[in-house]
Ligand binder design. Structure first.
Ligand code: ADE
Length: 243
């Protein structure tokens, strides 16, 4: 899958060279192409922003260099389709379902704003707008890295085994159960007995129950839309009695 990024700070995407994503790049599973609107300016200072029409403080990113950057990617792809996603605080909150949907694309183009704002016309050239959450970053770059990471890890071959992508928090609409590794006791804290029992059915039941318990405690909103079995409802009853 190809990730195209329009950004004033291409170096921020060097983090994608590390770890599993770096390996995915080397293997050709993902391709990352950055382009900076600054390369499409025509003045000595390579200006990408200007004061706002109507007055007021702060600077606004100009549409021209962004349009040229998007055109450049289109030309590189020779008209093959992409999906353009703008990273902004007022976007739709990014979630696992976005990642799943994006992971089915051949190419996506992430557009990162910066500073106080960008010319509204830039909005009209993208397909959707996503936010990383209810907080304001200095620009869309960190959000774009998060979107790329969440999307790329769903691509076949990026994670060591195909099970891990399915197992985790949010994949099934529930939070992940607690995990332990050696040692058996660390600074006075032990490992739940059942995990050392070798009883696979009991372990599966415990994990499901702890997933439900954690989701109920931390993200009850997720339980509303999760697909729950009869067994899950029984476990939730048990949890309620324990509280
Ligand atoms: N740009 C600035 N803040 C952002 C946020 N919270 N999510 C996505 N893009 C952003």
């Amino acid at each position: 899958m190809r990730f195209e990024i329009v950004t004033l700070f291409p170096e921020l995407f060097d983090v994608l060279d590390l770890g599993l994503l770096g390996k995915a790049k080397d293997a050709g599973t993902i391709e990352v192409a950055t382009i900076t609107p600054r390369d499409f300016t025509h003045d000595k200072h390579r200006t990408v922003d200007d004061g706002p029409y109507g007055g007021g403080s702060g600077m606004v990113l100009m549409p021209g260099p962004f349009a040229a950057a998007l055109d450049h990617f289109d030309a590189q792809r020779r008209g093959a389709p992409t999906r353009r996603v703008l990273l902004t605080p007022p976007g739709v909150p990014f979630s696992q379902s976005h990642a799943r949907r994006f992971s089915r694309l051949d190419t996506m183009t992430l557009v990162c704003g910066r500073y106080e704002g960008f010319d509204e016309r830039i909005r009209s050239w993208v397909d959707e707008e996503v936010s990383l959450g209810d907080f304001v970053l200095l620009g869309g770059e960190t959000a774009a890295v998060a979107v790329i990471e969440a999307t790329a890890r769903l691509l076949p071959g990026v994670l060591g085994n195909d099970q891990s992508a399915a197992d985790e928090s949010h994949a099934e609409g529930l939070l992940e159960y607690p995990q332990y590794t050696r040692p058996e006791v660390f600074r006075g804290q032990g490992v739940p007995e059942v995990l050392r029992s070798g009883n696979h059915a009991a372990i599966a039941r415990w994990r499901r129950k702890e997933s439900l318990r954690r989701t109920l405690a931390r993200r009850p909103d997720l339980l509303e839309s999760a697909v729950l079995s009869e067994e899950d409802r029984a476990l939730l009853d048990e949890i309620a009695r324990e509280r």
